[in-house]
Ligand binder design. Structure first.
Ligand SMILES: NC(=O)C1=CN([C@@H]2O[C@H](COP(=O)(O)OP(=O)(O)OC[C@H]3O[C@@H](n4cnc5c(N)ncnc54)[C@H](O)[C@@H]3O)[C@@H](O)[C@H]2O)C=CC1
Ligand SMILES: O=C(O)C1=NCCCC1
Length: 291
């Protein structure tokens, strides 16, 4: 009888040496599409979220099985918005061999979460935004702000990337490290921007409809909790809303639940040609981190 060997430990450093946007963005396009096929290619239920009320945190469990890719894994993630001495999101991903059920690896999930989320937004932007965007505005200065800066720069040559955050010192730091233009208000950051990425931990809307140029694309990445919002409901209601998962969006996205907006379709359905990309309208990719 084969004896189970211990799973390999894969550190954040190991991950950062091998994970590249050049590979990850096409892989996310494929995964979003496979998830939306609806033929069992991907088996991924809506994640389980346990509120850890005593410590103002959340514990999320996200299992998934990609049948044709022969990949089976579970991400275990904590979201502690008030952390100051460590990241607000910490995760590990346990990889299993689907042929015999053996655990293969336990991988650090922090860097993977940052890059995977940004690669999914990049894939959505590629399919939903008008060609040749000039200005990218990033709202937020945390982990996702950096990964989205790099992922979208991998796809496009912007004339300008702008950044806004609620803490001026963090805006200056982000600008110094990336070359982005620091902005002191959201309005200044998003004026005439072609792509806006919201990556804040805000629970109330930070982006208003009257500040944006119509017909742009928005990656709405924060507010993955039913009573949190990043977008003004008027903006959501006047845009075409795409998601990664139609099943999770009405259960998990405060921006959709509280605005009572309709979801038009999944980005995967656009990639598969089953749904239209309304590039002449304002498009929102409400990301929930499903794929
Ligand atoms: N859709 C997805 O797949 C994923 C979504 N997320 C979400 O993206 C957001 C950013 O995540 P990280 O960059 O990892 O977090 P982080 O903790 O590294 O950064 C959070 C940023 O939000 C800002 N912020 C906090 N409260 C705010 C407020 N009230 N108004 C404006 N800004 C505020 C902070 O100053 C900081 O710039 C979070 O909401 C997180 O839950 C994170 C991972 C995956
Ligand atoms: O890692 C993910 O996926 C997350 N999804 C939504 C909440 C924050 C993290």
């Amino acid at each position: 009888m084969a004896s189970a060997s211990l799973p390999r430990m894969v550190s954040a450093d190991d991950v950062s040496q091998v994970l590249m946007y050049a590979d990850l963005i096409p892989l996310m396009e494929k995964t979003l599409a496979d998830f939306s096929r609806g033929d069992g290619t991907v088996v991924q239920p809506v994640r389980t979220t346990i509120p850890v009320e005593q410590h103002q945190g959340f514990f999320l469990v996200k299992p998934g099985y990609h049948v044709s890719g022969e990949t089976m894994a579970c991400k275990l993630l904590t979201l502690y918005p008030n952390n100051t001495d460590r990241p607000s999101h910490q995760a590990c991903i346990v990889l299993f061999d689907p042929t015999n059920g053996s655990p293969l690896a336990v991988m650090d999930g922090g860097h993977i979460t940052d890059m995977r989320t940004a690669a999914a937004s990049a894939a959505a932007t590629k399919h939903l935004a008008k060609d040749s965007p000039r200005v990218h505005a990033i709202l937020g200065t945390g982990h996702q702000a950096y990964s989205h800066f790099h992922a979208l720069n991998h796809l496009y040559k912007f004339d300008q990337v702008r950044v806004w955050g609620r803490t001026p010192a963090n805006v200056q730091k982000f600008a110094a490290e990336t070359g982005a233009t620091p902005c002191s208000t959201v309005e200044e950051a998003v004026k005439d921007a072609d792509i806006i990425t919201t990556v804040t931990m805000s629970r109330t809307p930070v982006l208003k409809k009257e500040w944006i140029k119509p017909g742009i694309h928005i990656n709405a990445v924060g507010a993955c909790v039913p009573d949190w919002q990043e977008l003004d409901p008027e903006l959501v209601l006047s845009s075409v809303v795409y998601v990664d998962t139609k099943e999770a969006a009405p259960k998990e996205s405060g921006d959709i639940i509280l605005s009572k907006a309709e979801v038009y379709g999944e980005v995967g359905e656009v990639i598969l040609g089953k749904k239209e990309a309304f590039k002449d309208k304002t498009t929102i990719f409400k990301s929930l981190g499903q794929s």
